[in-house]
Design a binder for this molecule. Structure first.
Ligand code: NI
Length: 136
């Protein structure tokens, strides 16, 4: 159920907030505020090593010696945290892998870091999300 409350803030801060709303294409202050609060909750879940979900994406050159094997081996070490992996052959050299993960924030971060540090991995990023149980 939606509840209403009144927020007071300085005019300059409200101007900045309205600028943020416009830049991010929000239709209302309420939706923007809800998203900011959810974003903060997700941040807290990751800081406190809670159960989280996320997406790791990486681009690597599969010609790099044994890299494909190492990437697969590492993912088997984290089989409890990995829900799904999708592999796309981008061109002659490059592969894109998208790995959907769920587990303790520290474990998921550890997997992302280990992948990123591998020689031949050209780009890796971790998108941090929530299991949703604390998001409303
Ligand atoms: Ni490939």
């Amino acid at each position: 159920m939606l509840k209403r409350f009144t927020v007071s803030m300085e005019e300059n801060l409200l101007d900045d907030f309205d600028g943020f709303i416009k830049a991010h294409l929000y239709k209302s202050r309420s939706e923007a505020l809800r998203d900011l609060i959810r974003g903060r909750i997700i941040e807290k879940e990751w800081q406190e090593d809670k159960d989280v979900m996320g997406v790791i994406s990486l681009v690597y050159d599969h010609h790099q010696h044994k890299l494909q094997e190492k990437v697969t081996e590492l993912q088997h070490d984290f089989h409890s945290q990995i829900i799904s992996t999708t592999h796309v052959h981008m061109d002659h050299h490059n592969c894109l892998e998208v790995i959907i993960v769920r587990g303790k924030a520290g474990e998921v971060r550890g997997l992302a870091k280990s992948l990123k540090a591998m020689r031949g991995v050209r780009n890796a990023s971790l998108s941090m999300s929530s299991t949703g149980k604390d998001l409303h």
